[in-house]
Design a binder for this molecule. Sequence first.
Ligand SMILES: Nc1nc2c(ncn2[C@@H]2O[C@H](COP(=O)(O)OP(=O)(O)OP(=O)(O)O)[C@@H](O)[C@H]2O)c(=O)[nH]1
Ligand SMILES: [Mg+2]
Length: 341
Amino acid sequence: MSGEVITIFVGQAGAQLATFYWELLCTEYGIKTNGFLYESSIVVDPTTQAFFTEKAISGYKPLTLIVDLEPTAIDKIKIGNYKCLFDEKCLIHGFEDAANNYAKGYYTVGREMIDLVLCHIRRIYETCCNLQRFIIFRSSGGGTGSGFTTLLLEHLTEIYPKVSKMDFTISSTPNLSMIKVEPYNAMLTTCGSLAYEDCCFILENESLYDICKKKLNIGLVTYTNLNRLQAQITGNMITSMLSKDVNGGPNARLDDLRKILVPYPRVPFSIIAYSPLTTPSLAAYSDLSVYQLMQECFQPDNQVVKCDCRTGAYISGCLLYNGDVSKNDISKALVDSKDRH
Ligand SMILES: Nc1nc2c(ncn2[C@@H]2O[C@H](COP(=O)(O)OP(=O)(O)OP(=O)(O)O)[C@@H](O)[C@H]2O)c(=O)[nH]1
Ligand SMILES: [Mg+2]
């Protein structure tokens, strides 16, 4: 077994994403909203153990912690479709948020919550045989997402020095956000990312928004659309790394992703691109070749960060394929792409 992954969702952006992320993973592994397997899922995928712990009475429980300094987002999970999936103890909230202030999340309000959160992480850690990694989802613009996450990373590094930390951050977008201090929070939390994380993926709401509008033809885009898209992209990345290859061996370890993408520890930031992005009505007719899929991944429209990489140079890259793709097609597509510079 490749080892467990503890997923931590922090702040409003993290907590609101959590349900969609676990919805996707439950669908992938054939688990119902109450934690039990669908009758049709007779063969249990061994990689399920990386994300879930199995309990006789309550079925599969996600190895996760959802934490916010105020209750709104977590209360929604408690009355949502997946309320029975999560252990009560995994949902932690305080009563006062950090008011978009890094300092409140790091020094004051957040500090009052940290012991409780660490205690629950310890409890989850004790159910694991071989913890591979912490994966964190949050926004860098909010006070909780920035300040509290930095505080948490600091403690996790001290208590679990050998467990690596991967982060998926919603970065602040000046064109969409009304809150002027978000870039300051983002800048302050970057120091924490550099010091304590070994791999950090950046996503921007503006890019997710544009994908929803232009590629998925969604009229009125809401956080639900953004979160579903984010869950799809990140969930696919994480599960495809742990899934079995055609020979039954593990595809790769999540650690390999870090080794490939982070050539120097001081450059842990990577961007993600995803393909195919099609509307449900067109999905049945779109049949992209491996080469086309790969080309799309190098287009700015398919990236979840607004920057044109074609004007710069790539230091490193990693292509993750999911589904019915042959290694020969991939090698051929790579050779063709290199020929075209
Ligand atoms: N994609 C996405 N972004 C969100 C969501 N909720 C908030 N954001 C973005 O996150 C940033 C604000 O951070 P929040 O997560 O709301 O703040 P927080 O971490 O709860 O921190 P405080 O509320 O200040 O304690 C803004 O840029 C929002 O656009 C969400 O559900 N999905
Ligand atoms: Mg909040």
